[in-house]
Design a protein around this ligand. Sequence first.
Ligand code: 5AD
Ligand code: SF4
Length: 437
Amino acid sequence: MKYHIVTYGCQMNLHESEKIAGVLKEAGYTEEAPLEEADIIVFNTCCIRENAENHAFGNIGALKKLKREKKGLLIAVGGCMVQEAGKAAVLKQKFPFIDILFGTHELADLRSLIERKRAQRKTVISVREARAETEDGITPVRTSYPNAWVNIMYGCNNFCSYCIVPYVRGRERSRRAEDVLREVEGLVKEGYREITLLGQNVNSYNSDGKGGMSFPELLDRCASVEGKFRLRFMTSHPKDFSEELVAVMKKHKKICKHLHLPVQAGSNRILSLMNRRYTREKYLDELALLRREIPDCEVTTDLIVSFPTETEEEFGETLSLVREADFSSAFTFIYSPRTGTKAAEMEGRIDAAVSKDRITRLIALVNEKTREKSAAYIGKTIEILCEDYDEKKGMYLGRDEYGRMGYFRSERDRIGEFVDLTVTDANGISLYGVCAD
Ligand code: 5AD
Ligand code: SF4
């Protein structure tokens, strides 16, 4: 039997889909296949912004005909959107052909939900409030060799006023350090060459007062695992940034000199309304410390424009922060109201045309910075980890430790190899080069 998984959202969700594939395999769905050929289709949804939700709604709706024509096809919808208050009922009503609706805490139960559905006509709905366990016992079907993701914690306690994540992912739960380490060691032995430690806010790993290793200690231990591999982590919250973290990053060559540190906005008034618990000055001080200790460390960020009441001047502070902080790239978003969050209740929504104009200007500035940095690569030789082959370009591709994408031609399969690439050309965010065969 065949399966197909459609994933929306972040790396966390991509890894969760690898776990969903693991559960499906155990349930007898042994082969991944295109949508039309699948016996089960699973949507792993995201609700962080409205457009992610609309996208999923559109794609699920488009399956009505296939579901009617294909006897025995199962359709399951899971993830963040199903976990939102009242959303499972909306989905069931709008798309009565969905067989299974499961929340963010039911991954390990998916197999039994499938069995339940086979025994009943009605839609199976399972949305738990929380889950205390941090081990799910699932062996993921990893799909991005030579890269592998490892969860170190789940959930978020921060309640940034715009963000729905704490509501749909629950409170922070940290995995035991020994479980994380065992997984990292196993992956390195299996030949994975880049490991990314995942959490909504990795710097608050084990900060529940129950003791246990801090994040810098865990990172130190993971980077001490023998073998040739790279280590990354995401996401870090500026309020929990520490000297210890910088010291560990500096100590280990294996840890990529790249920090993803979402700042969100450049105005202190907006940061306070966002409940971010740091100021622009504190953020810039953190970057200064980081660059003093690790001068060639690259920083990327997330930025939101048009938070309620944001003035043109305050938006200008985001632009000036981007200039000062010297980000190598950034994810940029227009504020999207999420039902149930504090910000959704705030007055002073920003007009859509103004938001469009702000994001356009912000993207232009970010791109200009990225291009400048790419151009500086020309003539340099960098080590990239080859991760894929681009059929269209007829080239292999990989990333350097800063996350910059490099393309090159080769006569033989290079996926999984560290390759020395001499950069000959730069085009926006991508680099092109040659490597010795
Ligand atoms: N609107 C716009 N962007 C958001 N993000 C989270 N919630 C929202 C929202 N309601 C962005 C933040 C976060 C990233 C993962 O998504 O920038 O860092
Ligand atoms: Fe959302 Fe803030 Fe938690 Fe990140 S830290 S997941 S933005 S609430």
